[in-house]
Design a protein around this ligand. Structure first.
Ligand SMILES: Cc1cc2nc3c(=O)[nH]c(=O)nc-3n(C[C@H](O)[C@H](O)[C@H](O)COP(=O)(O)OP(=O)(O)OC[C@H]3O[C@@H](n4cnc5c(N)ncnc54)[C@H](O)[C@@H]3O)c2cc1C
Ligand code: FES
Length: 1341
């Protein structure tokens, strides 16, 4: 029986929820998604990179508000709280919130999957600002910097972040409204007042939520926030004594390990829980563990205090020593604000102490000489941080952490006091674990005789460098203590430090980490040597930026051309459903409600590349909880075939049969009652392999060559060479021969992972909801697998949470597996892949090995290029046969004189690779730029000059691309090149980069400009437009909306097409009458797939043709009406047409002329970067893009595509490290290791201009594609980085030369900058030992 007042009660968006019993491991995400109608909370990674909701907690007299994440927060821990989600802020029924409206108007939502989380993050910042009305330290309005920072922890794969930052900053009181980017509220030239008036108004008193009265009453009545322990298995002790009692009772009952102490539960973001706990003990309500006390001796912090609250308390410090403040600043980069809002300091320390979690906080506390207070069975124990870290693990034992004490530090009148912290991480503002962190404390004094500085005392702590907990470098401390600082002393200290930082064997980048440690110590002490003084606001080493300082605000400028010629086509119409996406009401596959008997699937995949499967079972031979079936190839019906996908080049297996042919291949589908149980079961699956008599697998392209393991490329897909290569080589003054390049893979990182839901229908029919780019092919694959007619399979796709090519082929495997299970079990089956499985099976971009020889003249003119390319396609053909053509198409960006190649598509026992935005083209572009760089280096010429010399003339363009080159006036690349030179102030900046490099030792800059030439092809596409009785219009197209704005362009085109029937009334009205329908393969047949950048324009043309037909049918009716009336309205016309039984539905099949179906797209990009030689960090200072969209169908959409593609390209070139084990399985653990760009890693200044190149007679209303080509421009960032590194190497070499006389430049130029150019790679090329070398030079000049 329920105990009164001890029920789990909370509010979601003002509604009361009472849960009478629940598994205590249930997360709020699970609860919200399966028990409420609120769908804006989305699962993307399960690691808390996705904020989802905002919590209010009423603590008797005041309300605490903060944003946290729903996929880690346990539902029992929000008892008595009020939750606000994005669909609670506003929605279609009650009206959208100003945040939603501004996100829509700033074009800040593409696929929309990240948008509700972004909106809630901004809401949280607005609410914090509003609530700090009485605070003296923080302004009571939202600042532009806080607005930008509010989304630091959120990931978006589509937009490139710029428009999101603008939407957020539009709420800031200190923003200059003219600095905000392109939007649908105002147009250039309007006054500031007009602009402000046009923004959807925001009123904090009205637009912020309040705490519901019923919860206040409950909390007042209940006194204690406890739940009935029998129903919830959740204890909430409110005193130490009570906690001890519970722990003692557990010990009596048996296994303490079945109990879990919990505060924020964020630890499971890192250590995925495989264990089922019998009880959770929420320790956040114990006053001694939730207090913060300050006195002269220091600050005492309860172990359950959240990191955010610790930061707030520390930041209040105002003493000269600034120890607390600096710890606070550093802690602000720990994780992201959602984790910091719920994760506790104690949880962090315990994870570090017991599991070697790479903690920042332990390093900070170690340097500050903090201590911890623990309790074990009533026995109190105080340990200094260093002792605590090496004591036996306390996790899941009787011992618990009570509080932490950080002592006060202050300088005496005769000594100086220094405290600094450091962290080197892929993302400067946090949300990424550091490669290494450090914190240093020193007491120093003046030596009167030498005027130098003596180290009286120091504490040097380092952490997170691999495997172990944080440590102190005691040998170095001892060495430095009492020493007069000098170059030689510091030189000796860093040499000693090298022996102290010893990462564990399995750690990567060990030498890099050592060099970082040295760099940090150098930064700490060197300024003292140089200046001979100390200062609490001290400078860092010459030109080197303190990594803990926040960067300045982003800035941007956009120039777009809106055309009224085909109104409303060509205008920046807001994306269809943008507000719905922002509120979170937009429906994705996982938002479709399950029927009661729905079951869930998870994939068991092979970990061996080539092996016989002996058996499939589970650990300890027990089926895990909830498991209902395990489906394998044996379950495929007799009439069916083991087919998982169908592409234009063939088919691929659904399941491994007796033999697994690559690691990551699907072996089985485990079906369970919930997704959580299915995922756990897949993890606990045990596959036994038999390797006897199995030949060795093909695990590299070299193996493939040895075994002649290739896919045959049909001649029509194989590119043709250009010119006479022997002649070209003979014409060369110089040649570079047989240079090898290697390119790795890239993962899609769509926010919505692969997912499908299948319902069995009557008569062996299936309804399939799939997040796919290829609904029709999915239908074919399912029918082939099940051995049923295609008419029996209805595939429906409404929208995707991102695709980027990854849902063209691989999505079919998921849908087909679900369909097979649904058919067999006669139950609905759904599957939503977790991030790790998605990464394993997705395949990603094609890696390749290239060997090239290039011939050129002494003036930089290229004469011949010869290449051998081995493409690693993996085990399946997929769509890999398009690669040769795509690589060569983008290689042809330059006039090589003559071009010949041998490209082999290798079949390996590795996961099959598939198309990822600009497949083959991005690699081709990298190869081309790399060769150009090499040529320029060997000639010692400015690489920009070499590029310009070899950019095509129209004649050479024609030679390389034949008729695809189009008419002479369509070739706009030279124009763009010159325009960008002026708009980006390129020449002046080249000079200022030189100056900068001359004046800075530890930072170097580079600048580069690259051209984009990208070939695309229009494809046959159906479309259907139907007018309903009330004059509203429904449109079906073959293309799938995945964020690229396809629906919006189609909507505009239909409005334009029907607008040709000149009725009275507003055109805007027509636009609003149009609804785009989800694709249904039984209605929209021959829909093919959505890919290749041209689907939007193809769909537009198909519906335009439909409109022409409808206009012809409506014309006679119009004429009839006009015989008796002076005007005709749309409603009159349609009613009359209905009455006369006119067919108001038109379907067409647009078939582009084969002679003009293919065309070229052009753009130019310039980027400037700065490299930090100490850490290897690259900052993109500025990028300028000019891109020719022909006559853009919607400039807002195209701008979004350009920026988004470019930033995805930055990810490929600079950040996204994709590594596999020896068997080919991806090593990266989702968001922990795989780092896509975030708001703090995009260009600080980002200027984009869309060129209106005018009339193109063969293009759809003169438009051109924008989805993929701009991605290639990210090569500019890579090339600029290379140039900065070259400067660093030049400097390093000069330190190695006698008297600076260095003639041999081969060390400077002769290097390849690998992809991605992550921090360790950059640092290594700049010189891992640069600090030592520099000190050596200073010591022994
Ligand atoms: C995405 C992400 C990024 C992160 N990035 C960083 C980072 O950059 N730097 C960094 O330092 N940290 C980072 N962290 C770690 C983060 O600081 C911790 O997850 C958080 O502080 C844990 O606190 P919690 O209250 O959620 O602990 P919980 O998850 O509730 O508990 C963690 C463990 O500690 C035990 N425990 C908790 N409190 C006590 C106690 N008082 N006594 C005994 N046992 C206890 C629990 O039983 C559990 O086993 C990151 C975490 C995530 C999820
Ligand atoms: S719009 Fe952000 S992930 Fe798609």
């Amino acid at each position: 029986m329920a105990v009164a007042g001890q029920d789990l009660v909370f509010a979601v968006n003002g509604e009361r929820f009472e849960v009478l019993s629940v598994d205590p491991s249930t997360t709020l995400l699970d609860f919200l998604r399966s028990n409420t109608r609120f769908k804006s909370v989305k699962l993307s990674c399960g690691e808390d990179k996705f904020v989802n909701f905002y919590v209010y907690l009423f603590l008797s007299e005041f309300v605490c508000e903060y944003s946290i994440n729903s996929c880690l927060t346990l539902v029992c821990s929000i008892n008595g709280c009020s939750i606000t989600t994005s669909d609670g802020l506003g929605n279609t029924e009650k009206g959208f919130h100003p945040i939603h409206k501004r996100f829509a108007g700033f074009h800040a939502s593409q696929c929309g999957f990240c948008t509700p989380g972004m909106c809630i993050s901004l809401y949280s910042a607005l609410s914090n600002a509003h609530n700090s009305k009485n605070s003296k330290s923080t302004p009571h309005y939202l600042t532009a910097s806080a607005a930008e920072k509010s989304i630091v922890g959120n990931l978006c794969r589509c937009t490139g972040y710029r428009p999101i930052a603008d939407a957020c900053k539009s709420f800031a009181a200190d923003v200059d409204i003219e600095d905000l980017g392109f939007n649908s509220f105002w147009r250039k030239g309007e006054s500031r007042e007009e602009m402000l008036k046009k923004l959807p108004p925001y009123n904090p008193d009205k637009d912020l939520f309040t705490f519901p009265e019923f919860l206040k009453e409950k909390i007042k009545r209940q006194q204690r926030n406890v739940l009935d322990q029998t129903r919830y298995r959740w204890s909430t002790p409110v005193s130490i004594a009570e906690l001890q009692e519970i722990l003692t009772a557990t010990n009596r009952e048996g296994d303490r390990g079945l109990m879990k102490l919990v505060v924020g539960n964020t630890g499971i973001g890192y250590y995925k829980e495989e264990k089922q706990y019998g009880r959770y003990i929420d320790i956040s309500h114990i006053p001694e563990m939730s207090m913060i006390k300050k006195d002269d001796r220091g600050i005492e912090i309860g172990a359950a205090v959240t990191i955010s609250k610790v930061i707030d308390a520390l930041m209040e410090e105002n003493t000269s020593a600034y120890v607390f403040k600096k710890i606070g600043i550093h802690m602000d980069k720990v994780a992201n604000h959602f984790i910091r809002n719920s994760g506790s300091i104690g949880g962090n320390l315990v994870m570090a102490q017991s599991k070697n979690f790479p903690s920042d906080i332990t390093t900070l506390l170690l340097a500050a000489d903090a201590s911890v207070h623990m309790i074990n069975s009533g026995r109190h124990e105080k340990l200094r941080m260093g002792e605590f870290l090496v004591s036996p693990p306390i996790i899941d034992t009787k011992t618990f952490l009570l509080k932490v004490h950080i002592p006060s530090w202050a300088a005496s009148s005769t000594t100086g006091f220094l405290f600094e912290t450091y962290r080197a991480a892929p993302r400067p503002l946090g949300n990424a674990l550091p490669y290494i962190n450090a914190a240093f404390l020193a007491v120093v004094s003046h030596d009167a005789s030498s005027k130098g500085i003596i180290v009286e005392k120091c504490r040097l702590a380092f952490g997170s460098f691999g495997g172990y907990h944080s440590i102190r470098a005691r040998e170095v401390e001892d060495f430095l203590t009492g020493k007069l600082l000098s170059h030689s002393v510091l030189y000796e200290a860093v040499r000693l430090l090298k022996g102290v930082i010893v990462p564990s064997i399995e750690t990567s980048y060990t030498e890099y980490k050592k060099s970082l440690a040295i760099g940090f110590l150098f930064d700490f002490l060197y300024p003292l040597i140089e200046s001979g003084s100390w200062d609490s606001e001290r400078k860092h080493i010459d030109g080197h930026v303190n990594p803990t300082i926040s960067p300045p605000l982003l800035s941007s400028a956009q120039q777009v051309f809106e055309s009224k010629e085909y109104h409303p086509v060509g205008e920046a119409v807001i994306k269809v459903g943008a507000e719905l996406q922002a509120s979170g009401e937009a429906i994705y596959v996982d938002d479709i409600p399950s029927l009661p008997n729905c079951v869930h699937g998870a994939l068991i995949y092979s970990t061996k590349p080539l092996a016989r499967i002996k058996s499939i079972g589970f650990r300890e031979n027990v089926a895990p909880i909830g498991v209902l079936a395990v489906i394998t190839f044996k379950d495929i019906p007799q009439m069916g075939k083991n087919i998982g996908y169908i592409s234009m080049f063939g088919t691929g297996l659904l399941f491994a049969d007796e033999l697994t042919i690559c690691a990551g291949q699907i072996i089985a589908l485990v079906i369970a009652d919930t997704q959580k149980h299915a995922d756990l079961a897949a993890k606990l699956a045990v596959v036994e392999y038999d390797l006897r008599n199995i030949e060795s697998p093909v695990l590299s392209v070299e193996d493939a060559v040895k075994k002649s393991s290739f896919f045959e490329v049909p001649p029509v897909y194989y590119p043709e060479p250009v010119g006479d290569i022997s002649k070209g080589m003979a014409e060369a003054d110089q040649k570079i021969r047989s240079v090898e390049l290697r390119i790795g893979s890239q993962y899609f990182f769509y926010m919505e992972t692969q997912t499908s839901l299948v319902f069995p229908d009557e008569d062996k029919c299936l309804v399939v909801y799939s997040s796919t780019q290829a609904a029709e092919y999915t239908q074919f694959a399912i029918a082939a697998c099940l051995g049923i007619p295609e008419r029996n399979v209805r595939v429906i796709t409404r929208r995707l949470g991102g695709g980027f090519g990854g849902k063209a082929i691989k999505s079919m495997l998921i849908a087909t597996a679900c369909a097979l299970a649904a058919q067999k079990l006669q139950r609905p089956v759904r599957m939503y892949l977790n991030r790790k499985t998605d990464m394993v099976m997705a395949g990603g971009r094609h890696p390749m090995k290239i060997i090239y020889s290039v011939g050129f003249r002494s003036d930089g003119k290229l004469t011949a290029l010869e290449l051998n390319v081995l493409v690693d396609a993996g085990i399946d053909v997929d769509v890999s046969l398009i690669l040769p053509l795509n690589i060569v198409n983008s290689l042809k960006t330059y006039d090589w004189g003559a071009l010949s190649f041998d490209i082999k598509v290798c079949k390996t026992n590795l996961p099959s690779r598939t198309s990822l935005r600009a497949p083959g083209e991005v690699q081709g572009s990298y190869i081309a730029e790399s060769i150009i760089e090499n040529v320029a280096s060997s000639l010692n010429m400015d690489v920009d000059v070499v590029r310009r010399i070899n950019v095509h003339t129209y004649e050479s363009l024609r030679k390389f691309y034949k008729e695809v080159a189009g008419e002479p006036d369509e070739y706009t690349l030279p124009l763009l090149w010159d325009k960008l030179e002026i708009s980006s102030d390129f020449k002046r900046r080249v000079e200022s980069v030189k100056e900068f490099n001359h004046g800075n030792i530890w930072r170097k800059r580079g600048i580069a400009r690259v051209p984009i030439v990208y070939q695309v092809k229009n494809r046959p596409t159906p479309g259907k437009v139907s007018i309903l009785r009330d004059g509203s219009v429904v449109v079906e197209v073959a293309g799938i909306e995945m964020g690229q704005g396809l629906w919006t362009k189609v909507q505009q085109m239909v409005a334009y097409g029907l607008g040709m029937i000149k009725v009275d009334g507003s055109d805007q009205d027509l636009l609003e009458r149009i609804r785009l329908l989800q694709i249904d393969t039984l209605s929209m047949t021959q829909s093919s797939y959505t890919a290749g950048s041209t689907t939007s324009e193809n769909c537009c043309e198909a519906v335009r043709l439909c409109c022409v037909i409808l206009a012809e049918r409506l014309k006679p009716i119009m004429d009839q009406i006009l015989e008796n009336a002076r005007t005709v309205t749309w409603d009159m016309l349609i009613q009359q047409a209905y009455a006369q039984s006119v067919d108001l539905s038109a379907r067409t099949f647009y078939k582009p002329e084969s002679s003009s179906a293919e065309y070229l797209n052009y753009g130019v990009v310039a980027s400037e970067v700065e490299v930090d030689i100490v850490t290897g960090r690259t900052e993109i200072i500025r990028s300028d893009i000019i891109y020719d969209c022909g006559r853009s169908l919607n400039p807002a959409v195209d701008l979004g595509q350009i920026e988004g593609a470019f930033v995805q390209g930055i990810g490929f070139y600079m950040y996204e490290e994709y590594t596999t084990d020896g068997n080919g399985l991806v090593i990266e653990e989702g968001t922990w290791d795989y780092k896509i760009p975030t708001i703090d890693t995009i260009p600080k200044q980002f200027n984009v201009q869309i060129l209106n190149s005018g009339h193109h007679k063969n293009r759809v209303l003169s438009s051109k594609a924008s989805g993929e080509p701009p991605l290639l421009g990210a090569a500019s960032v890579h090339c600029a980085t290379r140039s900065a590194i070259k400067e660093a190497r030049k400097q390093y070499l000069s330190w190695n030369c006698n008297n600076g006389d260095c003639r041999d430049t081969s060390d400077i130029n002769g290097f390849e900058l690998p992809i991605p150019a992550i921090m360790p790679v950059v640092k290594q090329l700049c010189g891992l030992e640069s600090v030592e070398k520099y000190l050596e030079l200073k010591t022994y000049p």
